[in-house]
Design a protein around this ligand. Structure first.
Ligand code: T46
Length: 130
C-alpha cells in the first residue's frame, strides 16, 4: 500500500542535508512540489484518492499521521523524520491529521495538478478499486 524511503543524510556539526536527485532517489520523475503548514492539530486533510498520481510525502518539520486505505485495509503511518519519504501510488484513499504545531509537509508529485485525477467520494473510490 505504501513504501517508506530512507534518504541518505549528509550530517555534520553544522546540521543535516538531504539531496533528492532525479533517478537516484525517486521512483518517478518529479513534475510538481507543494508544501503544507499551519494546519490545526485536529484538522483532517486529504479525504481523496488519485487515479494516476504517485507521490512522495516528507514531513520536513514536526509530525503528522497519514491514514491510508486501499479499499480493503487501513494503516496509519506516523511521519516525523525529514530523512524519510512516504511513497504512495495511485488508488489509495488518504487522510492526514494529528499535526504538530511545527508540522511542514512537503510533497513531490509525479504529475501536474489535475482535479480530474482526484476521487473525492469514498463510495466512488470503493467502486473504482474493486
Ligand atoms: C495529497 C495530499 C498529501 C492546487 O492548486 N495545486 C496543487 O498542486 C494542490 C496539491 C492543491 N491545489 C489547490 C486545490 C485546493 O483548492 O489547493 C487547495 C487545497 O488542496 P487539497 O484540498 O487537495 O489539499 P489536501 O491537503 O487535502 O491534499 C493535498 C493534495 O491535494 C493531495 O494530492 O495527497 O495533499
Amino acid at each position: 500500500m505504501y513504501k517508506l524511503l530512507n534518504f541518505s543524510v549528509h550530517g555534520n556539526h553544522q546540521g543535516n542535508l538531504v539531496a533528492l536527485e532525479k533517478g537516484a532517489d525517486f521512483p518517478f520523475d518529479i513534475k510538481r512540489v507543494y508544501y503544507i503548514w499551519g494546519t490545526d492539530k485536529n484538522a483532517i486533510r486529504g479525504k481523496h484518492a488519485h487515479r494516476k498520481l504517485e507521490q512522495v510525502i516528507i514531513c520536513t518539520s514536526g509530525s503528522c499521521d497519514f491514514i491510508l486505505d486501499n479499499g480493503k485495509n487501513k494503516v496509519t503511518v506516523h511521519l516525523d523524520n525529514p530523512a524519510q519519504g512516504l511513497y504512495i501510488k495511485h488508488n489509495i484513499w488518504r487522510e492526514f491529521t494529528n499535526f504538530s504545531d511545527d508540522c511542514v509537509v512537503m510533497v513531490l508529485a509525479s504529475e501536474h495538478y489535475d482535479e480530474t485525477d482526484y476521487i473525492r467520494d469514498y463510495e466512488k473510490f470503493l467502486g473504482e478499486v474493486e
